[in-house]
Design a protein around this ligand. Structure first.
Ligand code: SF4
Ligand code: SF4
Length: 381
C-alpha cells in the first residue's frame, strides 16, 4: 500500500488537494463503485465550531461527499461522539460542527439512526466482540476522515483512533473503564479498526491541533492532505510529520507489532511530498505525553510505581468551569463528584483516560504534570 501527502494551504483549495491525494493512490473509482452505500466518518469528537480545529472541517467533508457522489456512491455521514447517542444530540452536533452545511448541495444524508449491534470479532487480540453503530455495519464502503491532532491519552489521534466514534455513545466509557491501561486500550482500537476495515482514509491535516488535544489544544497550520487505503500506514506517516517516533504512539506501535505497517516511516511508500520535507519538529506534544517506554528496563513492579508517581493528571480550572457536570457524567470510573456543586476529582479512582478533558465544553480541564515528571522528561531527553 502507499500514502500520498499533498501540500494544501487552505480549505478554499482543499478540493484540488484531495483530488491530487486520491489520484496518487489510484483515484476514487478504485474505492467507490456506482450504487455503493458509503458512510463518511469525520472526526466530530464534540460539539465545536468548524473554526475550532477540533473537528474535520466542513468544507473538507463537503468536497469528499462531492467526489464520492461523482463516483456513484450514496453517502451518509455518521458519527457517535462521547455521551448519550441520541437523534436530538446528533442534530445539535451536526449543526454546530458544520455538517448540515457540508451536506448542502449534495444528496448526502446525516445519520439519525441510533441503532447499534454487538458484533463478534473472534480474532481480536483484546476484544472478541464490540458494539458498532448500524450505518457503519450496513455500508459497502467506509471513508474515514480523521483530523491530525494530538491526544491526551493516546498522544496522537488520526485514522485508527477516529474509528472509536463508531462505538455508540456511552459504550465508549465502558471500554475506557474495562481497558484502563493505555496499551490495552490502544490494542482495542486496532481490533476495532480491523473489524471496521475502512476502505479509504483521507486526513484533514490543513489546520490541525497541537498541545492538549483532541479538544483543548492550539490550532496549528500544517497545510497537508494525506490519503491511504491503510489507516495504519497513514497514521505512521502523519505521526512522523508531527515529530513522533513510532513507539511514542501506542496505536502505531501496536499496528507495527501486528505487522500491519512497516516498522518506521522511512519504509513507507510515500507519494507526493516526502515526510522529511514537510516534518514539523516543533509540533507541541500534549502535557500527558511522556516517553515512559524508556523505563521498560525497570522491573515491572518498580516501573508501575514510577509510572504512577510520574503520571500526568486532570486538573479542574474552576475559573473556567460552569458546573455543567459533563465531566462527571462522562467519567468512566465515576471519579468525579458534583456533590458540592462543582466537580471534584477523586485521584484514587482516576484511571487517567482524560475523557473529562476531551469532553469539557469549556476547556476547563487541564492536564497537570508533577515537578518530578517534568524533571524526568528533561532528564530522559
Ligand atoms: S465539564 Fe468542564 S465546565 Fe462542566 S463541570 Fe466539568 S470542568 Fe466544569
Ligand atoms: S477524572 Fe477524568 S481522567 Fe480521571 S478517570 Fe475520570 S474522566 Fe478519566
Amino acid at each position: 500500500m502507499s500514502v500520498s501527502i499533498i501540500k494544501c494551504n487552505s480549505y478554499r483549495e482543499c478540493r484540488a488537494g484531495i483530488d491530487k491525494a486520491l489520484s496518487l493512490i489510484g483515484g476514487i473509482e478504485k474505492f467507490v463503485h456506482p450504487g455503493d452505500k458509503v458512510v463518511i466518518k469525520p472526526n466530530l469528537v464534540s460539539k465545536k465550531r468548524p473554526d475550532s480545529a477540533v473537528t474535520t472541517n466542513e468544507r473538507f467533508v463537503h468536497e469528499v461527499i462531492k467526489i464520492t457522489e461523482a463516483a456513484g456512491g450514496v453517502v451518509t455521514i455518521a458519527e457517535s461522539p462521547g455521551g448519550p447517542y441520541s437523534a436530538v444530540l446528533l442534530k445539535s452536533l451536526y449543526r454546530t460542527c458544520g455538517m448540515e452545511r457540508a451536506a448542502e448541495g449534495t444528496a448526502a444524508a446525516l445519520n439519525y439512526d441510533t441503532g447499534f449491534t454487538e458484533v463478534s470479532y473472534h480474532t481480536g487480540h483484546t476484544l472478541k466482540s464490540m458494539p458498532i453503530i448500524d450505518p457503519v455495519l450496513e455500508a459497502d464502503v467506509i471513508i474515514n476522515l480523521p483530523k491530525l491532532k494530538t491526544h491526551a491519552m493516546t498522544s496522537y489521534t488520526g485514522a485508527v483512533k477516529n474509528l472509536f466514534g463508531v462505538i455508540p455513545g456511552t459504550h465508549k466509557a465502558e471500554l475506557h473503564f474495562r481497558l484502563n491501561d493505555r496499551a490495552a486500550f490502544c490494542s482495542m482500537l486496532v481490533d476495532l479498526c480491523e473489524r471496521v476495515k475502512p476502505t479509504l482514509n483521507i486526513m484533514d491535516a490543513i489546520i490541525g491541533m497541537e498541545g492538549d488535544g483532541p479538544t483543548s489544544g492550539m490550532d496549528r497550520h500544517i497545510g497537508l492532505v494525506l490519503a491511504s487505503a491503510s489507516p495504519y500506514e497513514l497514521d505512521l506517516a502523519a505521526s512522523a510529520v508531527i515529530g513522533y517516533a513510532p513507539n511514542e504512539v501506542p496505536t502505531v506501535r501496536e499496528a507495527i507489532k501486528r505487522g500491519y505497517s512497516p516498522k518506521d516511516a522511512a519504509k513507507l511508500d510515500v507519494m507526493g511530498e516526502s515526510i522529511e520535507k514537510v516534518r514539523i519538529p516543533d509540533f507541541v506534544k500534549p502535557e500527558s505525553h511522556f516517553n515512559l517506554l524508556k523505563l521498560i528496563d525497570l522491573p515491572p513492579a518498580l516501573n508501575a510505581l514510577v509510572v504512577e508517581k510520574l503520571a500526568s493528571r486532570p486538573k479542574i480550572e474552576y475559573d473556567k468551569c460552569v458546573s455543567c457536570g459533563e465531566c462527571a457524567r462522562c467519567c468512566p470510573p465515576e471519579a468525579i463528584s458534583m456533590a458540592s456543586g462543582r466537580p471534584v476529582i477523586d485521584k484514587s479512582k482516576c484511571i487517567r483516560c482524560f475523557c473529562c478533558q476531551e469532553l469539557c465544553p469549556k476547556s476547563a480541564v487541564r492536564i497537570k504534570r508533577s515537578l518530578l515528571n517534568r524533571f524526568m522528561v528533561n532528564f530522559l531527553k
